[in-house]
Design a protein. Sequence first.
Length: 251
Amino acid sequence: MTWSSTIGLISSIALFLPVLFILVLKLGNYRTFPALLIYYFVVFGYNLLTLKYITPGETITHYWGIANNLLDTPLMLTFLTYFSTSAVLTRRMKRAVVLFLVFELLVILWKGASVEAITIIMGPGLVTVIGFSLHFFIRQSKITIMHGKATGKAIIAASLVFAYGCYSIIYLMYYVFKTKHVADTFLIYFLVTTFSSLLLCAGIIIERKRIQKLNEVKTARKELAAIYKDTAPPVAFRGPMLDFDKEPWKN
């Protein structure tokens, strides 16, 4: 086994870990985590195909690769709505997903399912995902540093900023400048996916603990409401622990 294939195998294992953790931690149907689950499953499958660990044929590999590139931005933008604390921003992000799908369809109709079409599609997609990821990373980092809250979200956002920042460089090298050092480009890709996937897993584990605490607080509130429903005054109560995602400087 060569050095490149060894790193490729390690990256495949790392890509599968987010899928495993999402399922084991029971986040598979939680808010927008299904989009992240599908995203990593598709990328993991494509990694296995390109490394020839699974050999269903060149046609299936080709179309799996196209699907991988077409689903990348819509799935990641869908997941990133998890970080939104504004209904307006969430609607805008969902609208961006729809518009990007329309853009992809138009490009495919124009150029066909070709490398040229993927090159046109991936550029705006990478810029869009990096923009949102960086915005959420900066926001979550401020909350984490100043108030020690939502550390998991900050780590997840950091992993995405790192991954897509590096993917942008790889995109320029491979698709735009058409580098002759293809093996080195893939090696960089494998290293990036390995590190970003492991970082993402750490964020998922921490975020799951936060979700569990939130659920416990919500359950306690429901129980208290049921006990004191006949005596409590009709005043809305907002528990501070439920405001983990709110920007404290905007109260």
